[in-house]
Design a protein around this ligand. Structure first.
Ligand code: FAD
Length: 463
């Protein structure tokens, strides 16, 4: 009996572990491990877990078409996964285990102990790289080190691609029956009240494929023009699917390259974003301290004194800072679990640079709320925003929320979508801190110029 272990790789196609199991031609079962205690402990986003569960039900259906039953192990806590998997493997006379690698430190350590434990009991373990186009450790400087900034990494990544640009072989056919029956996936995985919108984020493979095609065929070419305007659907909104592995970046890359007639796809702005995703995962593997919430630039952070200011933090979380663009963005996050990238940068800069609050607090709040909550990308984004991350730009990049709002939402369309009371404020004034106070909007919690000055002094002392 072969066993395939699913984690955040919930797809059948373009999944190297699935392809390997299928190529064996012998009976197989699949397994997932539920770890609700760890989800609670890490305050994981119930939206993301809800999406993951819903997608798992689809994977279960697709697996049964391949002759593979899906079993569910309640491992309770992440740390218990290796021993529970071992017990499962022994009970089901498993000869070979297949899974795709995950790169954050705890996940890597868990996988190592799974390999150790199961190999010691005679189970052959085969591990694959399916989460990235180029695995960590394969894009290095001339000195054999990980790049510390994005642009040279991306250049080297493009050069290395030739060696990793293998075709995706479609998974077809079915395996001989194993005699096992799928377990039902418990409904109460989404144990907290927050839920995601199943109509906006469908999980069946056909709907996901349609969304991918709709973006690549119709919107990818305009990405560079439209990507920064939150009122416009200019980005792909595929992040939740990439996060749970319902689609693979390799599939996306192949679609983009097939669309262009020459090599110009390699310079596509959208491909750049997929490379950012790879960059943060490569960093995480090269610098295990990042997984312990240590900054990439401890030298900068050592000199900054983060403020403990519950009033600022609560106002930011609730979308009541009195800065319209910040509040509209935070309301979008709280209502949908997704936020436009431009706004993620602006709200993160506001919290860390203007309110002076530790980036870890913002990072945690995002992890709780986001439907695309992803440890590597979120950590990378927060450290970058707080200027303690892998970044070539100097510390004095502080986003002015009002200027950003005027530039990227000139008509205030996004503002009104999330703060409808601002429709009663003249368009020119909608972006200003304190706009709409007479209509019930809060007063600004801080003075931008003063806060900026304070922040500059603090970061200067960290030079
Ligand atoms: P598109 O613009 O269509 O990009 C395509 C894909 O590329 C995305 O789906 C995503 O997988 C990847 N990508 C795009 N931008 C980035 C980036 N800057 N860093 C890494 N990958 C990127 N992304 C997450 O997936 N999960 C997170 O938890 C997350 N937290 C963030 C926190 C902060 C403070 C910041 C500044 C960024 C964060 N990002 C995160 C990155 C980015 O904002 C989202 O990936 C993007 O907004 C998702 O929308 P999209 O799918 O339409 O992206």
């Amino acid at each position: 009996m072969n066993l395939i272990w699913f984690r955040n790789d919930l797809r059948i196609q373009a999944n190297p572990a699935v392809a390997a199991v299928m190529s064996q031609g012998t009976p197989a079962i699949a397994v997932v491990c539920l770890t609700p205690e760890s989800w609670d402990e890490h305050r994981e986003s119930p939206r993301r877990i809800g999406l993951w569960r819903a997608r798992l039900l689809e994977v279960e259906k697709e697996l049964s078409g391949l002759g593979i039953a899906l079993k569910v192990i309640n491992a309770e806590h992440f740390n218990k996964t290796p021993e529970k998997l071992l017990a499962f493997a022994q009970a089901h006379s498993v000869e070979q285990l297949f899974f795709n690698r995950e790169y954050p430190l705890n996940e890597a350590l868990r996988d190592q102990s799974v390999v150790r434990l199961l190999s010691a009991q005679g189970v052959k373990v085969s591990v694959f790289d399916g989460e990235l186009i180029i695995p960590p450790g394969e894009v290095l400087t001339g000195q054999g080190e990980m790049f510390k900034v994005y642009t040279p990494f991306a250049r080297a990544w493009r050069r290395r691609l030739v060696q990793f640009d293998s075709p995706i072989i479609p998974v077809k056919g079915s395996l001989p029956q194993s005699g096992e029956v799928s377990d039902s996936v418990p409904k109460d995985l989404n144990w907290q009240s927050l839920s995601y919108d199943p109509e906006y984020w469908p999980v069946d493979s056909d709907s996901i494929r349609q969304r991918v095609y709709a973006f690549v065929e119709e919107r990818e070419s305009d990405y560079a023009l439209k990507r920064d305007y939150p009122a416009v659907r200019g980005t792909s909104e595929l992040s939740p699917y990439l996060t749970i592995g319902a689609i693979s970046p390799r599939q996306l890359m192949h679609l983009v390259s097939a669309k262009y007639r020459d090599d110009s796809w390699l310079e596509s702005s959208w491909l750049n974003e997929l490379i950012w995703r790879e960059f943060y995962r490569h960093l995480m593997q090269a610098y295990p301290a990042l997984s312990r919430f240590e900054p990439f630039r401890p030298d900068v952070e050592a000199r900054i004194r983060w403020q403990k200011n519950d009033q600022y933090f609560e106002a930011w979380c609730r979308g009541e800072t009195g800065f319209p663009i910040i509040d509209a963005a935070m309301k979008q996050l709280r209502a949908t679990g997704w936020m436009h990238n431009r706004l993620r940068m602006v709200v993160a800069s506001f919290l860390t640079k203007l309110a002076g609050i530790d980036w870890r607090d913002g990072e945690r709040f995002f992890i709780e709320q986001l439907i695309d909550a992803d440890f590597s990308s979120n950590l990378g984004g927060w450290q970058w925003s707080a200027s303690v991350g892998a970044d070539a730009a100097p510390y004095f990049r502080i986003f002015n929320p009002t200027a950003q709002s005027k530039k990227f939402d000139p008509e205030g369309e996004f503002l009104i979508r999330w703060l409808p009371e601002l429709a009663g404020v003249p368009a020119k004034l909608r972006h200003e801190p304190g706009a709409g106070q007479a209509l019930g909007r809060p007063a600004p919690i801080l003075d931008y110029k003063l806060a900026r000055q304070r922040s500059l002094s603090a970061y200067q002392s960290a030079e």
